[in-house]
Each structure stands twice: as structure tokens, then as C-alpha cells.
Design a protein around this ligand. Structure first.
Ligand code: UGA
Length: 435
């Protein structure tokens, strides 16, 4: 039997809640801490603060088995664990630098409450150098006889498939300046049977930013390619397929559309750009990746206008609001830029999303939110797809065709075969493919 560690996870957001629950499932004893008492009470009753397929059942099973607990008592959690995972938010500040205030307050709590030596695992996405800075802070503030080893162990899970990603990771990256601490964290992941890469701490911290920046670059590249395809009469889906068959390129993250959103890529690409600037390096390619992504949203609004004609008074039905399917997350979703731009041009917008309607009510004023896709498209002058939920693939489009005013479908996610939609009687406009 492998060693069951006593772990506390501080910060019960996406990363903290999912990884804490998965470590419990692997047999460790985990307590997840958050200062939000309502969230903790809800979790103890089995209510999830986020939408993530499979999470609720996994939390319930591990609570029941006594391996998982939730608390607001950070001091007790710190004292009762040997490994402390930091999974608090690291949002961007207005100047692009990373706001480290939440990480700092966790470190202050560790220094104040720790009565024994600890391994601190940095799960939050933090700037390079954070590990060293954190160790110094702990050394200066905590009881002098205690040892603190800060290990960088970046998280690569995706929203919507977070549990699958955690149990089947491509790699575990462990950046440590202390060999035993690094090995103990590797052993903690042993049940996963995943490949482990041991690095110095700075490299591990950078791997997270570099990976997200590279994935964002793939998306911006294919989106630029899509514009070229439209101009020369090519099909971006086929171009991406042909490119992806080269193993050096790979088939993933080459779906053209309205660009990336969410809580990670936009924030992390900006942070990486700022990090480079702070060391006097102009990361030109990353700057272009970010710019292309912003332009992609504006260009899509122009595409809608070109297809539908002047938008003043037009009824536009939007299908999908979340930044991607299988999540209710609206953070930096393309819909938050595209819909207000349509409204500014006088369009009357109705919208539907299978999971994000509650969040959308506060973020998208003036939009008539519907509880099913058919009510949304009723008497629409154009239907616009912003998120590729499988529910839209399975929709009865023949019925939708009868409900709309004008059979114009503008698909920002290339969900359908153009031929199939044309056969149903739609004028079908997509990204990087011929209309
Ligand atoms: C991303 C990374 O994929 C994770 O590895 C990482 O751990 C996470 O950020 C993080 O830093 O925490 P996530 O933001 O959940 O995960 O979502 P993705 O599935 O990567 O999608 C991001 C955005 O890219 C979405 O808006 C999606 O629609 C867009 N996208 C993705 C495309 O436009 N085209 C593609 O081919 C792929």
C-alpha cells in the first residue's frame, strides 16, 4: 500500500476542488479550505459551486468514505496536514502583472499556524520566481526551527473534462529544489501511473505559461489561416486535418472559430507577455497571438453583419454563451464581446445556453434569455452559434428552419457540414469555409 498523505488544499475554486477531490479518490486524506462559508456549507451538503460533469458524485463518495472534508478553519487544516496545496486565484492586475495577494495571504496563514515542517505545493498559476520568494517569506515569518519546501506542480486540467484530465494526465511536472520533497510529491501521484518530469522550480513555473501560450498560438494560427482560406476558396477544416496528420504538428487545438476565452488562456498569455516585458524581452509572437484573438471576435461581428445586412432592428438568436461546452463559465467568453457589439448595432438578441443562463442574466443585460433553443430561434432573422454544445448538433434543425424568419445560420464554431445545412434550406456561413 502506498503512503496516504495528509493534504490540505487551500482555495476551493476549479483547480482546488477538482484536484482535492481526485487526491481523496486516490486514497489520500484531503481537507479543502475556503474562506467562503456558504460555499463550504454547500459542499458539505453535496452542492457543487461549479458545473463539472462527474464532480458531484466523486465529492459525495469521498465525503462518505471519510477521505474528504471541507472547512473554513484554515489554521486547523494547516496544522493537521503535511502537504499544503495552494490553489487560490491569481487574477491579472490592470497593468497585466499577476495579482499575488491571495497567494501571499495563504503563505502568511501557513507561517502563522504551522507547528511542524511542511511541503507547500504551488498549484496556482504563478510567475516565475514565486517558489523562491514564497520559501523566503515562510523562512522569515514562521517559527525558525521549521522547514518549508515549496514545490511547483502546475495544473493542466481543462474545465468540462477536469476529472478525466486529472486521472489521465499527459504528464506530471514537479519543480523542486529539494530532492526528497519532489520525490514525495511524485509518490503522491503514483496511483495515476503518469509520466513525471522533475525540473528545477523556475522551469516548472514556466512550463505552465509556455504550454498555455503555445496552445493559444495554435488557435490564433488556425484562425488566421481561416481568413486566408476564405479568400482563396479553401476549407480550413481540411487544411487543419492535413496539417494535423503530421505528427510533429498534431491534430489538436486546430479548430478555427471565434477564438479562445475562459479564465486561463486570456489571463495567462497576458501574464506571460508581461513577464517577458519585466525582464526586458519583447515576446512579439505572443503579442500577435493575443491581438489575433481579440480581432477574431470583431471580425465575427462583421461576418454576421455582412451575412444578415444592417443589424438595426434585426432579431438575432444566439446559441451558446459559455466560453466552451460542458461548462457554465462565462469568464472572458467571446459571447461577452460579440453580443454587446450586435446590440450596439441595434440588433435585438435572444440567447440560450444549456448551462450558463444564470451567469448570463447578470452579464448580458438586454438579452432575452430563453430556456430552450427552439424558443430562441423563433422568428429570428439570423441564428448565430457561439459555443459548440452537442445539444445543438442533436437539435431538430428541420423544425428550427420552420421557426425562423430568415434561414440564415452563422456558425462561429464550424459545427456542421456546410452541405447538410444547405440541404435543410439554410444559408450557412461558417469560419474559413465557403458559404
Ligand atoms: C486550458 C488548458 O487547455 C488546460 O491545459 C489548462 O490547465 C487550463 O487552461 C488552465 O490554465 O487552467 P480551459 O481554459 O479549461 O483549459 O479550456 P480549453 O479546452 O483549453 O479551451 C480554451 C479556449 O480555447 C476555449 O474558448 C475554446 O473554445 C478555445 N479553442 C480550443 C478553440 O477556439 N479552438 C481549439 O481548437 C481549441
Amino acid at each position: 500500500m502506498r503512503v496516504a498523505e495528509r493534504i490540505s488544499v487551500i482555495g476551493t475554486g476549479y483547480v482546488g476542488l477538482v484536484s482535492g477531490t481526485c487526491f481523496a479518490e486516490m486514497g489520500h486524506r484531503v481537507v479543502c479550505v475556503d474562506q467562503d462559508a456558504r460555499k463550504i456549507d454547500g459542499l458539505l451538503r453535496g452542492e457543487m459551486p461549479i458545473y463539472e460533469p462527474g464532480l458531484q458524485a466523486l465529492v459525495a463518495a469521498n465525503l462518505e468514505a471519510g477521505r474528504l472534508d471541507f472547512t473554513c478553519d484554515v489554521g486547523k487544516a494547516i496544522q493537521q496536514s503535511d502537504i499544503i496545496m495552494v490553489a487560490v486565484g491569481t487574477p491579472a492586475q490592470p497593468d497585466g502583472d499577476v495579482d499575488m495577494s491571495q497567494v501571499k495571504s495563504v503563505l502568511h496563514a501557513i507561517a502563522a499556524y504551522a507547528l511542524s515542517s511542511k511541503i507547500i505545493v504551488m498549484k496556482s498559476t504563478v510567475p516565475v520566481g514565486t517558489g523562491g520568494w514564497a520559501e523566503n517569506l515562510l523562512r522569515n515569518r514562521a517559527m525558525p526551527h521549521l522547514a518549508f519546501h515549496v514545490v511547483s506542480n502546475p495544473e493542466f486540467l481543462r474545465e468540462g473534462s477536469a476529472i478525466q484530465d486529472t486521472f489521465h494526465p499527459d504528464r506530471i511536472v514537479i519543480g523542486s529544489e529539494h530532492r526528497e520533497a519532489g520525490e514525495r510529491i511524485a509518490a503522491m501521484h503514483a496511483p495515476l501511473g503518469a509520466e513525471v518530469l522533475h525540473t528545477d522550480r523556475e522551469s516548472a513555473e514556466l512550463i505552465k505559461y509556455a504550454s498555455n501560450a503555445f496552445l493559444a498560438a495554435k488557435i490564433s494560427f488556425i484562425n488566421e489561416m481561416a481568413h486566408v482560406c476564405e479568400k482563396v476558396g479553401a476549407n480550413v477544416t481540411l487544411v487543419a486535418k492535413g496539417m494535423g496528420m503530421d505528427r510533429r504538428i498534431g491534430p489538436h487545438f486546430l479548430n478555427a472559430g471565434i477564438g479562445y476565452g475562459g479564465s486561463c488562456f486570456p489571463k495567462d498569455t497576458q501574464a506571460q507577455l508581461k513577464l517577458a516585458q519585466n525582464v526586458d524581452y519583447d515576446f512579439k509572437m505572443l503579442r500577435a497571438v493575443i491581438e489575433v484573438n481579440q480581432l477574431q471576435r470583431q471580425r465575427f461581428v462583421v461576418k454576421i453583419e455582412e451575412a444578415a445586412g444592417p443589424l438595426d432592428g434585426k432579431r438575432i438568436a444566439v446559441l451558446g454563451l459559455a466560453f466552451k461546452p460542458n461548462t457554465d463559465d462565462l469568464r472572458d467568453a467571446p459571447s461577452l464581446d460579440i453580443i454587446p457589439a450586435l446590440q450596439e448595432r441595434g440588433a435585438v438578441v435572444s440567447a440560450y445556453d444549456p448551462a450558463a443562463l444564470t451567469q448570463a442574466a447578470a452579464r448580458l443585460p438586454g438579452v432575452s434569455l430563453c430556456t430552450d433553443p427552439y424558443a430562441t430561434v423563433y422568428e429570428a432573422d439570423a441564428v448565430v452559434i457561439l459555443t459548440e454544445w452537442s445539444e445543438f448538433r442533436q437539435m431538430n434543425w428541420r423544425l428550427a428552419r420552420c421557426l425562423v424568419n430568415t434561414p440564415l445560420l452563422i456558425d462561429g464554431r464550424n459545427m456542421f457540414e456546410p452541405e447538410a445545412m444547405r440541404e435543410l434550406g439554410f444559408t450557412y456561413v461558417s469560419v474559413g469555409r465557403q458559404t
